[in-house]
Design a protein around this ligand. Structure first.
Ligand code: SF4
Length: 510
């Protein structure tokens, strides 16, 4: 059953509708989300992707295509809001972008402007109401907002706003930004937005829309990526687009213009593009894990191609902890680029020794162990003739709890590998993230509670090595002068506000 929320749609009262999806229609075809994909139980999850389109006759469809390219950033819910100068319509639903936005649903979203959002979140926080864009009728008029990241000074702000009479429709931290705008004393909307963004602490790459303008902004530390691009029609008219990752521009045939700068607020209206800094003098701390895992290798984020960073991670890993072997095998898909770099640097053949079933999506966490085990085999299968009798270097991008890595090592050994050496293309993950990445607490992170040798024994590998922090920083430094957040590897958080409970280590060994 695909659940959708309609707001501001002509001829339809605001409501929630349940529509039967193709998965419900044929009970013999399992909904991939219910099977839980292997590997992803033990991966970190990005929470969102955002897009915005200004000045396109079919803005909703362009937003849909851009969200489709960003589906890897969140698969639980998605939404598109459109505006035509008069109305601001919004449709959001639970599920994948292609499931929610069928042709007839897209036709209900008229207008030349659109913003869109795709979201991953933990199950306790998955209500349709918290899906985005969030549409609020405020004292400053109708506003729709879509947000990637996490705010960290929520409690204080929310209490202050509620005392001032704010009524929250959702538990989403994105609504706090809208309420701050609504309660601002500033005389213009753009001043109110700038003033509100300066008050919130944490990670936010946001797109906002009123009936006639689009806004895009990044937090002063620039945690999450946000890029700006342009399409030109046959008459030379510009469509301005924003997206979390530049891979979305390729599908739209848009030209990449630049990143939205940390602390910058960009406004796009009929009069063109204007920009202002709402905050400055704060050290940049862009999320380095975007380069390690989240972003697609065909995206350029923080001024650097993700493919280049991952290739360098693999090469550096080979230099730091090379081991005699017959084949280099990636854990697909995210380990592939680093494995290519490793293989080339080490002079060892690269082989796809594990095959991923691409028809299993990467979404819901099923806490039930039996399903999780099933998921590993469902998603990955070893190529026996490539692995039998071989010394294998397996390349992956992280070990979170360790359980999935152990299953994969066992799978490779079960296919006849003589030795299995696991190499990880980043340092051990020792601390949770508070900036928009869904991580387990420190108690559940294996590297926070066990030594590398203990982890090696747990996952049953012949050897285990991680990329050093210096090695990772070097791999992601292409001369762009970026400064990165590395808190999940170091525990050194760039903001003051964090949840102390989440960073307590396990009382007993895992
Ligand atoms: S803590 Fe880790 S995942 Fe979170 S923003 Fe920092 S580097 Fe990225």
């Amino acid at each position: 059953m695909t659940q959708r929320l309609f707001q501001g749609i002509e001829g339809i009262a605001d409501c929630t509708r349940h529509l039967v999806s193709r998965h419900d229609q044929n009970s013999l075809v399992p909904d991939p989300r219910s099977l839980f994909p292997a590997g992803d139980a033990d991966k970190l999850h990005e929470e969102c992707g955002v897009v915005a389109i200004h000045n396109h006759p079919d803005a909703a469809r362009q937003a849909y295509l851009a969200l489709y390219a960003l589906q890897h950033r969140g698969q639980e819910s998605a939404g598109i809001a459109t505006a035509d100068g008069q109305r601001l319509a919004n449709i959001k639903g639970m599920g994948l972008v292609s499931e929610i936005f069928t042709d007839d649903v897209l036709q209900k979203l008229p207008g030349h402007m659109a913003i869109g959002h795709t979201r991953y979140s933990t199950t306790g926080d998955s209500a349709l109401l918290n899906a985005q864009p969030i549409r609020v009728d405020s004292t400053k008029g109708l506003i729709a907002i879509a947000h990637n990241g996490n705010l960290v000074n929520l409690g204080n702000l929310r209490t202050r706003l509620e005392r001032a009479g704010a009524y929250f429709q959702t538990t989403s931290d994105s609504e706090i930004i809208v309420q701050l705008i609504a309660h601002s004393q500033a005389s213009t909307l753009v001043d109110a937005i700038a003033e509100s963004l300066a008050q919130v602490e944490g990670a936010f790459s946001i797109v906002m829309m009123t009936r006639d303008r689009i806004f895009a902004a990044r937090d002063p530390r620039g945690f999450r990526p946000l890029s700006m691009g342009r399409m030109k029609d046959s008459e030379g008219r510009d469509t301005i687009v924003f997206a979390s990752e530049s891979c979305a521009f390729d599908l739209l045939r848009a030209e990449f213009l630049r990143d939205v700068h940390p602390g910058e607020l960009v406004m796009v209206s009929e009069d063109g593009v204007t920009s202002r800094q709402f905050a400055s003098g704060v050290a940049q701390s862009s999320c380095i894990f975007e380069h390690v895992y989240f972003a697609r290798p065909d995206s350029r984020i923080f001024g650097r191609w993700v493919q280049e960073s991952r290739d360098q991670m693999g090469r550096q890993l080979a230099r730091e902890s090379g081991v005699p072997a017959d084949v280099v095998v990636p854990v697909p898909d995210s380990g592939v680029t680093a494995a290519l770099g490793y293989a080339e640097e080490a002079g060892i053949p690269f082989r796809f020794g594990l095959i991923r079933n691409h028809y299993v999506g990467r979404t819901f966490i099923q806490p039930e162990q039996r399903v999780r085990d099933f998921g590993v085999r469902l998603k990955l299968n070893p190529v026996h003739n490539l692995l039998a009798g071989k010394r294998v270097v397996l390349i992956d991008d992280s070990i979170i709890r360790g359980t999935t890595s152990r299953k994969i090592v066992r799978m490779v050994r079960g296919a006849g590998a003589r030795e299995v050496h696991l190499r990880i293309s980043c340092p051990p993950t020792v601390s949770p993230c508070f900036y928009g990445v869904d991580t387990p607490s420190k108690r559940e992170l294996i590297a926070a509670n066990q030594s590398i040798e203990e982890i090696r024994r747990f996952i049953e590998a012949d050897s285990l090595a991680y990329l050093s922090l210096d090695g990772l920083l070097q791999a992601c430094d292409g001369g762009e002068g970026n400064h990165f957040c590395t808190a999940c590897y170091t525990g050194n958080y760039p903001t003051q506000w964090i949840d102390v409970d989440e960073i307590l280590p396990a009382a007993v060994s895992l």
